[in-house]
Each structure stands twice: as C-alpha cells, then as structure tokens.
Design a protein around this ligand. Sequence first.
Ligand code: ADP
Ligand code: ADP
Length: 225
Amino acid sequence: MVDVKLENIVKTFGETVALKGINLHIKAGELFTLLGPSGCGKSTTLRIIAGLDFPDSGTIYFGDEEVTYLHSSKRGAVLVFQNYALWPHMTVFDNVAYGLKLKKLPKEEIRKKVEWALDLVKLRGFEDRYPTQLSGGQQQRVAIARALVVEPKVLLLDEPLSNLDAKLRLEMRSEIRRIQRELGITVIYVTHDQEEAMAISDRIAVMNVGTVEQVGTPREIYESP
Ligand code: ADP
Ligand code: ADP
C-alpha cells in the first residue's frame, strides 16, 4: 500500500499538450478515479504513473520514492488495459503466470501464486481454458489476476468496464471494490462515466483537457456547483 503523488506533470505529443501541469495526491489504499471526457488526458496520466510513458517535466512519487523515470518493471504499478490484452494462445494459467515466469520463480511458487490470484478473482477451475472460451467478465478477471499476481503496490484500471454489458458492469464494479478492500491496495481507476465514478470511488479527480478541475469525494463532487 503506497500513496502516489504527481507534481506539475506536463506531457506533450507534438503540438498537443496532453497534460498541462497536473498535481494529484492519491492516498494509500484508496480507490481514486480520473473522470473526464475522451481526450482529456486520463490514459496518458495512467501510462505515466505505470512507467509506460514519461512526462516532459514534473515529478512522480510512490511513497517517499521518486519514480518519475523508473522503468515500469521496477516501480510496482501495473496497468490493466481496456481490452484486457490477454494472450489468445495461452491458457488462463499461463496468462496469469507469465510475469512470474519472466522473474524465473520456482515452478511450485508460481503455481501457488497463480492459485492465490485466481481464488481472489473467483476463477479457480478455469486454469486450462483459453481466453476465447471465457465471457467478457471472466476475461477481465483474468486480466486483473495477471496484474495482481506480481503483488503490485498500485493497480491501474483503464476503463475496465467499457467492454461489458450493463449487468456485468454492475457485477464487476462490486468485484473490483471487493478485491480492492480485501487487499487494501491503492487503485487508480479511469472512466468517462460519471455515474460509475460516483458509485465506485473513494475520491474523484475531474479532468478537462489536460487539467485537473476538481478533487473530492463523490458527495463533494455531487454537491459542488
Ligand atoms: P483520454 O484517456 O482522457 O481519452 P488521452 O490521455 O488518451 O485521453 O489523450 C489526451 C490527448 O493526448 C488527446 O488529445 C490525444 O489525442 C493525445 N494523445 C495521447 N496519446 C498520444 C500519442 N501517443 N500520440 C499523439 N497524441 C496522443
Ligand atoms: P483510451 O481509449 O484508453 O483513452 P486511446 O484509444 O486514447 O486510449 O489510446 C490508445 C493508444 O493510442 C495509447 O497508447 C495512446 O497513447 C495512443 N493514442 C491516443 N491518441 C493518439 C493520437 N492522437 N495519436 C497517436 N496515438 C494516440
């Protein structure tokens, strides 16, 4: 569990200023949502926190450690992509085990950790299935298990519900909440859906074209003019 601090983060893509000097302080163990319309810079912010992209200027801290230019594999924040990005030719087990195999952990330890992660997302018994044999919600559970199996300090979720139908969306909303509470992990969550943000978040940052306009609890955001 760690808090995440962004100080004056600027990011440009050619002529486009995607982030115009963003400041955020995300508390350890909270579910913090970046809310805003398409193109406002939510994904760019997540990618920069994950270490998949780097800011032009500004500083990022995880706890007391500066991680601004630290490689993604070294900083302990894992991003779950919107489309899950599972490997279609690998079973559920192998998808979840992948990151552990890269670390060259002993086989028995890998098996235990994969079982722990699949238990957490309630997918024990699905080890030998392929992604195409799973529903959208189950695929997302695999993606979350794959992210959590490496025991990250921060879990980053980019529009995690957008590919699901309405019923599954509600179900996965409460599942994400349950998992977050069970682990006490810091979660940074991206959505353009205000109702979803209100329902799932401890706190919300409302973004608009590269800036943070407002930060508060769902109630504070709702009651503000
Ligand atoms: P959001 O996630 O809120 O939809 P993004 O962070 O994806 O917003 O994008 C913010 C802005 O930066 C947009 O104008 C987008 O077109 C631009 N942008 C994002 N990534 C790139 C990139 N790799 N190359 C060029 N422009 C980009
Ligand atoms: P999201 O739907 O999560 O906001 P996007 O579809 O905006 O994600 O972006 C997906 C990928 O495309 C990201 O790697 C992003 O950096 C890149 N991207 C976004 N906008 C642009 C753009 N205008 N030009 C080039 N790449 C972009």
